[in-house]
Design a protein around this ligand. Structure first.
Ligand code: ATP
Ligand code: MG
Length: 169
């Protein structure tokens, strides 16, 4: 599967926990391009799982994303982005910096994501959390284009992806 992505864009990864966003980001993007909500929670609150730190973490993440976009640098946001309000902030940020927002959806079946999550030491939430993320994602999928994402790529096989960067014109 080839993903064409504008050269300068804000790329929102979208997917439930365990869908493989961070793995995908590591494989296909430079570490410095990837801004992850986990890393920002750790930065502001010493704990990547501290959900009460999310507001501060996203404020910091959006700030750094803005600085990168202003300098013409690609941004990949590694967060679940299954909620409409989270994505709206990213579309707004992209527009403010005249870059195109792009969504890459990791559409991994919830039972597989749950299996992976259970095997992880760094995740302790229950299945209901994942189910609710999945519901949000299902509701979101058909709206992404209307929300302002210029391209919406839905990835079902993350092992078989190439990315082509397109020049803006
Ligand atoms: P979170 O939202 O909780 O950060 P995530 O979407 O970033 O989750 P990852 O951390 O990338 O998910 O992956 C979760 C687990 O699944 C990891 O143990 C990872 O090794 C495994 N995994 C990720 N992608 C694949 C894949 N394509 N095939 C098999 N295992 C995978
Ligand atoms: Mg992750």
């Amino acid at each position: 599967m080839n993903l064409d992505i504008p050269e300068l864009s804000l790329i929102a990864l979208v997917g439930i926990s365990g869908s493989g966003k961070s793995t995908f980001a590591r494989r296909y993007f430079k570490p410095t391009e990837v801004l992850s909500s986990d890393a920002f929670r750790a930065m502001v609150a010493d704990d990547e799982n501290d959900q009460s730190a999310s507001k501060d973490a996203f404020e910091a993440l959006h700030h750094v994303a803005g600085i990168r976009l202003r300098a013409g640098r690609r941004v990949v946001v590694d967060a679940t982005n299954v909620q409409q309000h989270a994505r709206a902030e990213l579309v707004k940020l992209a527009r403010e910096h005249d870059v195109l927002p792009v969504a890459i959806v990791l559409d991994t079946p919830e039972p597989i994501a749950w299996e992976r999550t259970q095997a992880r030491q760094d995740r302790t939430f229950g299945r209901q959390v994942l189910r609710s993320q999945q519901q949000n994602l299902r509701r979101s999928l058909r709206n992404l284009g209307r929300e302002g994402f210029r391209k919406v790529h839905v990835v079902t096989d993350p092992g078989d992806v190439t990315i082509t960067y397109e020049r803006a014109w």
